[in-house]
Design a protein around this ligand. Structure first.
Ligand SMILES: Nc1ncnc2c1ncn2[C@@H]1O[C@H](COP(=O)(O)OP(=O)(O)O)[C@@H](O)[C@H]1O
Ligand SMILES: [Mg+2]
Length: 266
């Protein structure tokens, strides 16, 4: 096991934000994650793939501080992390349940600012900037029920960004969206992560989505879940929905990930 000496700033300028050291998660007698190791660095985009039931959501909950490891540790900025924190925001797939239906877009973003103790006078400006950042300028007064799925997911992302998190954890956030909306949100998310230098941990079962977004892809092997391979994605940035997906490197990774997943399909 590695020794931890607080925040790790290496000569390449990478800075450790979250680190999982030999962590195991059990639900009752069942081991769901077994001896998982992973370090997430500042500004990095890491996707997690793995067959259904391999423990992707459990991994995210572990990083969020929502579930405690039975063995090993989770370190956030060098200190053991045991409870949810505002600096680690979670975007859920189920945006409809993540938003308050009786608050309009502004009100939903305001919630995070209120929770963070941002004074009322500052809120309006911050809310406008956040909604504009996620492409919702002009929709400030709309209620979730008046928004498309893509808009609701944008709103959930805005609310998470209002927390000014260091880490954005996302559990299949675009899984319920149509293909075009999904691609648009992928590009917007990449822009947001680049501009805010937040660390993104993104669960998906869409292999192409993982390649398109990632700097690194973590592949979870099921029964019990463990990180069994990490794929580096060196595709140039900014990514482009047409040209990136046609690059030989993209196609090579697609094949490699496909072969990986296929081993576990029944
Ligand atoms: N709260 C829980 N209690 C008991 N078992 C759970 C709980 N949450 C998940 N599991 C089990 O853990 C395994 C991994 O689940 P999950 O992390 O949701 O996988 P994935 O997101 O990769 O589909 C599954 O077998 C699931 O049934
Ligand atoms: Mg899941």
């Amino acid at each position: 096991m590695l020794e931890t000496t607080g925040i790790d700033a290496t000569k390449s300028g990478t800075q450790e934000v979250l680190r999982v050291d030999g962590a195991s998660v059990r639900y009752g007698a069942a081991t769901i994650l077994d001896g998982v190791d992973l370090t997430l660095n500042r500004g990095e985009f890491v996707c997690v793939i793995g067959p259904s039931g391999s423990g992707k959501t459990t991994f995210l909950r572990l990083l969020a501080g929502l579930v405690a490891p039975a063995e090993g540790r989770v370190l956030f900025r060098g200190a053991e992390h045991r409870a949810p924190s505002r600096e680690i925001a979670i975007v859920f797939q189920d945006y409809a349940n993540a938003l308050l239906p009786w608050r309009d877009a502004e009100g939903n973003v305001s919630l995070a600012l209120e929770a963070a103790g941002v004074p009322r006078a500052e809120r309006a400006g911050r809310i406008r900037a956040l909604l504009s950042k996620v492409g919702l300028a002009g929709s400030e007064k709309k209620f979730p029920s008046e928004m498309s799925g893509g808009m609701q997911q944008r709103l959930q992302i805005a609310r998470c960004l209002a927390q000014e998190p260091d880490v954005l954890l996302m559990d299949e956030p675009f899984g319920a969206l149509d293909a075009m909306t999904r691609q648009k949100l992928q590009d917007e998310l990449l822009g947001i992560v680049r501009d805010s230098n937040v660390t993104a941990f993104f669960v998906t079962h869409d292999l192409e989505e993982a390649i398109y977004l990632s700097d690194r892809i973590v592949a979870l092997e099921p029964d019990p879940g463990q990180v069994c391979r990490v794929f580096d994605v060196t595709l140039p940035k900014p990514r482009n929905q047409l040209s990136t997906r046609e690059m030989p490197e993209f196609l090579r990774l697609r094949r490699e990930l496909f072969d990986f997943i296929e081993r576990f399909e029944p």
